[in-house]
Design a protein around this ligand. Sequence first.
Ligand SMILES: Nc1nc2c(c(=O)[nH]1)N[C@H]1C(S)=C(S)[C@@H](COP(=O)(O)O)O[C@H]1N2
Ligand SMILES: [Mo]
Length: 223
Amino acid sequence: MTLPPGQRAIDGFPRFGTHLHHPPPPIPADPVIEVGGALTEPFTLTTADLAELPRVEVKADFHCVAGWSATDLRWEGVPFATLYRTRVEPLLAPGRPISHVVFAGLDGYQSVALLEDALADDVLIADRLDGQPLTSDHGAPIRLVSPGQYGFVNTKHLCRIEFHTTQPIDPDKWSPLAAHRRARVWAEERHRYLPGRVVRPIYHALIGPIRRMSARGSTERTA
Ligand SMILES: Nc1nc2c(c(=O)[nH]1)N[C@H]1C(S)=C(S)[C@@H](COP(=O)(O)O)O[C@H]1N2
Ligand SMILES: [Mo]
């Protein structure tokens, strides 16, 4: 098994991420994704709308920027590219090409991807993992899955997708730890300014503590 540079395989798939000890947000009775931004009109995507789109299965490893990888996950959902071609492209204003996409979660989390990265074949609006509906720990009811990019792009509890014609406002712009704008795992694009190799040892030291804190908010209450 080959992993991207600086990654180590771990057992299982812990709940991870920046929410640390916060419990995941409750699952809405009728989940929807608001779709808006630089479109001629915004729209709301219901689970019934999503169910009408063709589904695929993607087998992939999942790589956190902190250096651990969960291996052999089987995600199911709708390809982001299919959603884009069928529902978004017809609403684009002439002469206003989309460059960036913002993905927001019910917990207030946001990630930004370049449109070209979001259109990769393996990027999914996912609602199942390993044959089961997503659990709250892993992003219920619906999450973004972009296996070629670090975990932080993979917004869980997805409730809003926004299309932009320029780089959206970036509060981390001057932070030395600003996230890489592309975050491609095989190029080790962890951070915007610091080379991936430099931050590896710091992150590896933090995996244990982050994992323990994150588990405290987990619905499975492991570790
Ligand atoms: N809504 C939301 N999505 C999120 C996060 C978060 O805190 N909130 N953390 C991100 C980070 S940093 C990682 S590594 C992955 C972790 O996914 P997991 O909790 O399913 O292991 O989710 C990403 N998506
Ligand atoms: Mo992460």
